[in-house]
Design a protein around this ligand. Structure first.
Ligand SMILES: [Zn+2]
Length: 454
């Protein structure tokens, strides 16, 4: 019997090595804030030391260090960086079936806060590096490894800081990091793997309305900041911004939407929005991937107005979480807001709250081709679907610092599908990953390095 190309015994040994390291990382509470990543980095340092790999701790704060390592090949070639953050989001133990920092293995899963976001990938990348070192693999090029701090909150002493203060630790031709990449869905009998080639940017803003304040016994229907704000929030929250279909998104639609006629309507910006609503009814999971790629999203999140129930407030404000595509600009986004709000006939003020520059790497590239080759050795029908992730990752800082670097989010799940995981488990109670999936991830990173740096 073989599993993913390994005989039973070799697979069990790999599984034990991955699960031991992975659960040790999960048992260190790296909730950010405050982070406490150094304690977790020390677990990795010990593991690498046992495997003859030197590591360096660098960071701005003693308790928030980043761990870096490298493995040089025997001849020149490209540099591949394997990166992952060690911090996790806060978990409420009362909402979990197991202790979130217990490193529990049960029912075929490894459970814990960070088990998919993203201590799994850190453990898998570390084991891949150790196996390459132990086997004396003769690589052309260099592998760099970085387990980093401060991704989930703040972003001041992690990858952004490393890119500025110690760029050599991350400088590379190819980078693999988190994202939605590696999740797969079945389409027409084939496994389609998401490849996060880019990410949308924040274009978060605040809308403020003003009105005549006064005693609540006399309503101010025409000049009420609250009523005007409610209208603005409703209009923005329900609007379908103009559709944009980039070449990458058009290809993505073709791969993940099996119905060719529906796919054609999704690819046409004039019919994309209506087709997106149809897709939402047919397959909400696939729609959750496709619809955010069709343009800006406007999600009202914070509302504020008034302090006393009997006083009409003079102003009201709403925060809108807006995410834009790499093809869009802030000016275009603001024009969309204007087009939605001006017809309401209300007075409104606009202010950017948090904006970032979107960026993306091209596909295909030698890295995506190598990923596809390694996957197909396992799954002959595997298809890679490059896309733009809706959430922010540290890949953005690396693309910004090293414009020629191709950075993807990718760590393949082979057993559990995107639908079975209901779109993924990041930041959720009972975050967990199949032992088989995290074990395969280690094998994948090892095989990828051997293929890319052959
Ligand atoms: Zn993450």
């Amino acid at each position: 019997m073989t599993r993913h190309g390994l005989d039973d015994r070799a697979w069990s040994e790999l599984e034990r090595e991955v699960v031991d390291l992975f659960t040790a990382l999960l048992r260190v509470d790296t909730t950010n804030p405050p982070g406490n990543e150094t304690a977790c980095a020390l677990v990795l340092r010990d593991y690498f030391a046992r495997n003859g790999i030197e590591t360096t701790l660098v960071g701005e704060l003693p308790e928030r260090q980043n761990l870096t390592a490298r493995l040089d090949g025997t001849r020149p070639g490209p540099t591949l960086s394997l990166m992952g953050h060690l911090d996790v989001v806060p978990a409420d133990a009362a909402e979990w079936s197991v202790p979130p920092f217990g490193g529990v293995v049960r029912d075929g899963y490894v459970w814990g806060c960070g088990s998919t976001d993203m201590k799994n990938q850190v453990a898998a990348e570390a084991v891949a590096l150790a196996r390459l070192k132990r086997s004396g693999a003769e690589l052309a090029g260099t592998i760099k490894f970085a387990a980093t701090a401060d991704e989930e909150d703040g972003e001041f002493c992690g990858v952004r800081w490393l890119c500025r203060e110690h760029p050599e630790t991350l400088r590379c031709d190819y980078l693999l990091n988190e994202g939605m990449g590696g999740l797969w869905l079945p389409v027409g009998g084939r496994k389609v793997f998401l490849l996060a080639a880019g990410e949308k940017a924040f274009a978060q803003f605040r809308i403020r309305t003003r009105g005549r304040g006064g005693h609540a016994s006399v309503p101010e229907k025409e000049h009420s900041a609250v009523i005007d704000l409610a209208r603005a929030v409703t209009a923005l929250g329900l609007t379908d911004p103009p559709a944009i279909v980039s070449a990458m998104t058009a290809d993505f639609i073709d791969v993940v939407v099996a119905d060719a006629e529906l796919a054609a309507r999704l690819r046409d910006p004039r019919t994309a929005r209506a087709a997106g609503a149809e897709l939402r009814r047919l397959d909400p999971e696939v729609a959750s991937l496709v619809e955010p790629l069709l343009g800006a999203t406007f999600t009202p999140t914070i509302l504020a107005a008034g302090k006393a129930v009997n006083v009409i407030p003079t102003h009201a404000e709403a925060f809108i979480d807006c995410r834009i595509l790499p093809e869009m600009t802030l000016e275009v986004t603001r024009e969309i807001v204007r087009a939605v709000l001006d017809p309401l006939g209300i007075d409104w003020e606009f202010e950017w709250v948090d904006v970032t520059e979107p960026n993306a790497s091209p596909a295909p590239t030698p890295l995506s081709e190598s990923i596809a080759r390694v996957l197909r050795a396992e799954e002959p029908g595997a298809v890679l679907a490059p896309m733009c992730s809706g959430s922010f990752t540290d890949s953005r800082w690396v693309r910004e610092a090293f414009p020629d670097c191709v950075a993807y989010g990718f760590a393949p799940f082979v057993a559990e599908s995107f639908h079975a995981m209901r779109g993924g488990r990041d930041h959720e109670p009972d975050e967990r990953i199949l032992v088989e999936d995290v074990t395969y991830q280690a094998l994948f990173f090892e095989r990828l390095a051997r293929d890319l740096l052959a």
